[in-house]
Design a protein around this ligand. Structure first.
Ligand SMILES: [Zn+2]
Length: 64
């Protein structure tokens, strides 16, 4: 199954996008009020095995 994910260069982790502000683990993935085009380009669909954030991964398992 594939999910919209975003890569955080700060923590070297790939998170699952929950909505336009936050990841599944509750982390905000952009700090600016306006989502820029470059922010949207960072969102890529990946298999959940490629998600490296353990909290985001566990949130998927929770839904299954
Ligand atoms: Zn996460």
């Amino acid at each position: 199954m594939f999910f919209p994910t975003i890569y955080s260069a700060n923590t070297d982790e790939r998170h699952i996008v929950k909505d336009k502000n936050t990841c599944a683990c509750g982390k905000r993935y952009h700090v600016f009020a306006i989502l820029t085009r470059s922010d949207l380009r960072k969102i890529t669909f990946k298999h959940y095995k490629e998600v490296s954030c353990p909290i985001c991964k566990s949130s998927i398992k929770h839904e299954e």
